[in-house]
Design a protein around this ligand. Sequence first.
Ligand code: ARG
Ligand code: ZN
Length: 874
Amino acid sequence: KIIYLQDYKPSDYLIPKTEMWVDFTPERTRITTDLHIERQVGVEDGTPLELDGEHLELVSIAIGDEVLGAGQYELSESGLKLLDPPQSFVLSTVVDVEPEKNKSLEGLYRSSGNWCTQCEAEGFRRITYFLDRPDVMSVFTVKMVADKDLAPVLLSNGNPVDSGEMSNNRHFAEWHDPHPKPSYLFAMVAGKLDKISENFTTKSGKKVDLNIYAEPGKAELCRYAMDALIRSMKWDEERFGCEYDLDVFNIVAVSDFNAGAMENKGLNIFNDKYVLADPATATDQDYALIERIIAHEYFHNYTGNRVTCRDWFQLCLKEGLTVFRDQEFSSDERFRDVERIDDVKGLRQSQFVEDSGPLAHPPRPNQYEQIDNFYTTTVYEKGAEVVRMLMTLLGKETFHEGVDLYLERHDGEAATIEQFIKCFEDVSKRDLSQFQKWYTQAGRPQVSYTTAYDAESKQFTLELKQTVPATPGESEKSPMVLPIKFGLVSNNGDDLGWDSVEGAEVRDDLIIMDKEDVTVQFHGVSSAPVVSLFREFSAPVTIQTKASLEEDLHRARLDGDPFNRWESLQSAILNIVSPSMAVDGPALDLDLLDQVASALSQTLDSQDMSPSFKALSLRLPNYQDYAQRVGENINPDHIKSIKRDVDRAIAERLRGQLVSLYSALHLPDEYEPNAEQSGMRSLRNQSLSLLAALNDKQIFEMVETHYNEAQNMTDRQAALAIMCAYAPDRAEPLLAHFKENFAEPMTVFDKWLSLNASIDDDRTIDRIHSLMADDRFSLETPNRVYALFGSFTQGNPTQFAREDGAGFDLIADIIMHIDKFNPQVAGRFAVAFRIWKNFESKRQNAARTALERIRDMENISPNLSEMVNKTLEG
Ligand code: ARG
Ligand code: ZN
């Protein structure tokens, strides 16, 4: 069933108040709910009320004191219908649920024996009957009861108001959340948990208790997450003026969780891999992700919770804005340039691929079958880019006035993208109707340009053109508003000025392009410039114009914008490769390679560039970068050999320099996961990784030493990854050693799984089968599945897309198996097939066969069915 944005209708009934009594026992949980229901003014008498409810066993139902009998309501698979409800009443229901049997990890379920919930988007209907839609907001009071030994900890949203002992070794806790909230933000946790505690005093002097809970024995691993939380709270006050609004803030880390984390009001629930860390088990990258996600969920307290979404089409209203906020947080806490480059790399790896394939959709889609399938990189990461463009377009100050107005005007409301944009129109007095297309139109503008300089008249002419390619279901596209940050780079690297400009709105370093074609004339430019466009990646577009190597290298050396310095070097390397090489095999132009290598060498030598920037420059274009460049008719083996040849050629030219970078960098004895240290580790590890492309025994011995002498997981994992990528045979003993010595905790086991699955070897599929037989592996735990199969589909393209189809078949089998108990995860995994049409015909056929096999399976879930049909048809 397809749901359309245009069919939105406010609810006929509201539920201003909800009271719940929850009784946990090992077999089942009994939930008694009083809903204080009001019919909306203007809605006719006799309008039925349809409450959502799934997998619930109804024990009793009453209106006020009157118990309802059959005939007074209708029950179905999807809910409960009251045919002629009064105008204002209290509906009491008692239901039983079976968390033990719930493997979908939606609603109430058990993870390592603890009860926990996940309600976004539509999990609350598996807990009790309700109007489970984000525009119905209620003030919740929850009383939880459980055995003291089984569940000494009882948590829900809001503030604790009461607790105490009961008979039979039972106890209770009562929670009250004064902020009206939609049901998707509801949460409960009951179980045996350890915790660490701190407190935070808000800017107006309110003291907040902070607790992070984890499974017994793991609380000490939450220290870094706590530190990140405190920094997030402070940052949100300083940058966005947002002050925390309850007496307590609780985080619980659980080991079975479909997504990364969830922003439930006052009670965030996390996938424990984004909470638990110590230097021996977590990498620098893990720490950075923990910091990000802790911040993300905390920031939702305003952008998502205080102002929520009217309906699920508006998902990017909270997610795009909140990702933007977490990106800004990391940029302020770490190195802004490096964070930006990393974020853009991520965007290109996933969102660009999504946008160019069968699953392309706008950040605000206008139809869906299963909302769970729309927690996509387009909604999240492209959504964040759109907010960033708004800031670029309006200027930081006006942008913040707009956010302030949005948070004030819509506080306590469920808002839309239109209302969000309206706030920025009101503060800027600018018409943003065309800008809004970024939310409603799928696909990515392709930009091309030409330049001309006339020395005589000192005129510089820049002609820009944008086209937006068709996407499934959207053939007609209109031009987008592109904020183009730019500079005219002179011979010595300074930006040139101009006397006057015409042809487009140009402000300082910004061209605002809002038509298909724009010609910008700069008068009074003193010498011929090299133009630097889309600095800081100011709009998510693809530049089609292939710059000359001279221009790319000029920018790579001298551009005032670090992003474009990095970008130009990457593009110089990618430009060496022509699409025909993917078919004929590579034939590299050695002269071009010499030039690129020398530019890279200069970057590595530079005194003013940070180790982390250098490390990013050393991360030469990867498989996905080349594959995107080639576009279609892909044979992954060819792409891989292009990369291997380019890497090796560059490594040969830089060998001495890389060896001395690796050996000369000395880190402090004490491990810190901060940006400085992790930048240095990254530079060392990237140097070693590029050296490994030489396929040289001496280098492999260095890698072994690096592994053996590693003092932290970052270096240990890096050494192992290098070996798996370049010398699988030599990796075997290291993998065995790693398994023996680093078996705990499960986050480390997951790293081991990922490394194994990443090996490009014809035996990898057999290896995966034997890994699945390991006692600690379970298809029911999403982290195990993501570690093993995510690494295979994303990090091992040659084996996933084997010519004989064995990789596609393996993933199809796994998806079909998981779909039986966890449709959300099955649907997510189907995304791996979105690139199937880019392959050459043999692989395309093999992928189609696998997809059709999934499509035709018996009892396929609606989630998976939507994904597979779209992938096949789009
Ligand atoms: N709102 C959560 C977050 O971004 C993610 C919820 C995921 N839910 C889902 N059904 N995929 O932090
Ligand atoms: Zn979010």
